[in-house]
Design a protein around this ligand. Structure first.
Ligand SMILES: NC(=O)C1=CN([C@@H]2O[C@H](COP(=O)(O)OP(=O)(O)OC[C@H]3O[C@@H](n4cnc5c(N)ncnc54)[C@H](OP(=O)(O)O)[C@@H]3O)[C@@H](O)[C@H]2O)C=CC1
Ligand SMILES: CC(=O)[C@@H](O)[C@H](O)COP(=O)(O)O
Ligand SMILES: [Mn+2]
Length: 392
């Protein structure tokens, strides 16, 4: 990884207009002596994409939603900037000769192919898109050589950091921390009537809408358990979800001798994003440091899996494995989209996901093409279930 005398790390940021993408651009601006942004993608926010392309003088941009191909603002891209359209554009970006590292900050299963192609190309994958591993971990992990895939998800970055230097020591347990979301402590009845606006008020993190809803249902933690199984090669039962309300402990690893190593820091994603670029080195902090004297207490608890049923459904899908996590994820994406559009209730999300899992017949997860088909089936099934729910 570059130090001050080394060539800069040349980075492509997929999903540069989102919460992670914008913070990654900030990290790149703060460390412009070490990082160079060479390619960017956005789905529909072409104005923001053009602004970022101009600021960072990038060589290539992609607009993955082709319906934006005629946006007049694209004419304001600097002369010579390569402009690509459509979902396939991401695969073109990741194999460019001038890209060393791909930050995948796309939301949802739409990020899967880019992760796959990045690993196949041998380049570093800074992975925020947890859905890639949830859906395709069985296909992706065999492609990743040690140190090639750097997790950006805060908990997984924390676990990764707790494992550095401990390669010869088996993991006894992973303590996967969880804020508990905005509805921590509520009963099932108290979740009725919750609106998308309520669920979008996360207590500790500022994030994009999809992951914020997932945090409120605890599906996010369910997805993260599956993500951790793949990344760290441990079974579900060794990954314990721990409520840590302040989001200051980002996760912990317990070893056989009873020692527990934790990673702590600000609730600011620029730290794990930067670490995925700087590993195995550490650079100057990209955000304010925590003064632990000012934190009155750190509180812990256990999640309520009966009330927050998405966590239990993700456990079921993760243990069953194969194509079940793909179905879990696709059904959840459809249901979360419906909540955000006021087409279903907060508690419907778990019902819709459960129906899709019940209807699915498991297969081994073997290829990206197969997973695309299973994903499409689960989306179509859940869209129909949603319509039936609206009629009932
Ligand atoms: N935000 C956070 O703090 C954290 C996020 N993550 C993970 O990082 C990923 C990104 O999350 P976040 O930044 O919050 O999400 P946002 O919704 O804020 O941003 C998503 C990005 O993906 C683009 N995008 C949307 N749909 C598609 C598509 N179909 N194909 C290609 N690109 C698309 C968007 O483009 P446009 O804006 O142009 O529509 C945008 O650039 C998720 O997987 C999330 O789980 C993990 C840990 C923390
Ligand atoms: C910042 C990050 O990594 C998110 O995934 C975060 O963990 C969400 O908070 P919850 O712990 O509430 O799911
Ligand atoms: Mn996380």
């Amino acid at each position: 990884m570059p130090q001050s005398d080394d060539p800069k790390l040349r980075v492509a940021i997929l999903g540069c207009t989102g919460s992670i993408g914008r913070q990654a651009l900030d990290v790149c601006a703060q460390h412009s002596d070490l990082l160079e942004v060479v390619a960017l993608s956005a789905h529909g926010k072409t104005k923001e994409l053009v602004d970022a392309a101009r600021t960072h003088h990038v060589a290539c941009v992609a607009v993955t939603d082709s319906s934006h191909a005629t946006d007049p603002i694209l004419a304001e891209l600097p002369k010579g900037t390569e402009l690509l359209f459509g979902a396939d554009a991401l695969a073109h970006i990741v194999v460019r000769d001038d890209v060393d590292c791909v930050l995948n900050a796309v939301v949802g299963a739409a990020g899967l192919t880019a992760s796959y192609e990045t690993l196949r190309s041998g380049k570093r994958l800074a992975l925020a898109n947890k859905e890639s591993l949830v859906v395709g971990g069985d296909v992706l992990m065999p492609l990743a050589r040690p140190g090639q895939m750097l997790p950006v998800d805060s908990e997984h970055s924390a676990i990764f950091q707790c494992l550095v230097g401990e390669e010869r020591n088996p993991i006894h347990a992973i303590w996967l921390t969880c804020s508990g979301g905005p509805f921590y402590g509520r009963t099932h009845d108290e979740l009725a009537g919750i609106t998308a606006a309520d669920a979008l008020r996360h207590p500790t993190w500022s994030m994009g809408p999809k992951i914020t809803i997932d945090s409120a249902t605890l599906m996010n933690k369910g997805l993260e358990r599956i993500e951790a199984m793949h990344l760290f090669g441990v079974p579900m039962e060794q990954i314990t979800v721990l409520i840590q309300r302040e989001s200051k402990i980002h996760s912990m690893v317990e070893y056989e001798d009873g020692s527990v190593i934790a990673q702590l820091g600000a609730s600011d994603m620029r730290i794990p994003i930067q670490y995925a670029f700087s590993y195995p080195n550490r650079w100057d902090a990209p955000c304010s440091r925590v003064d632990f004297r000012e934190i009155a207490s750190l509180s812990f608890g256990a999640p309520d899996m009966e009330t927050f049923r998405c966590l239990a459904l993700a456990e079921r899908a993760g243990i069953e494995g194969g194509t079940y996590p793909c179905v879990l994820n696709a059904a959840n994406e459809v249901a979360v989209h419906a909540l955000l559009n006021d087409e279903c209730s907060f508690t419907d999300i778990a019902c819709l996901v459960e129906r899709a899992l019940d209807a699915h017949v498991r297969e081994e997860a073997e290829s990206i093409e197969q997973l695309r088909d299973v994903d499409a089936w689960a989306r179509s099934f859940t869209a129909h279930a949603l319509k039936a729910l609206a009629r009932s």
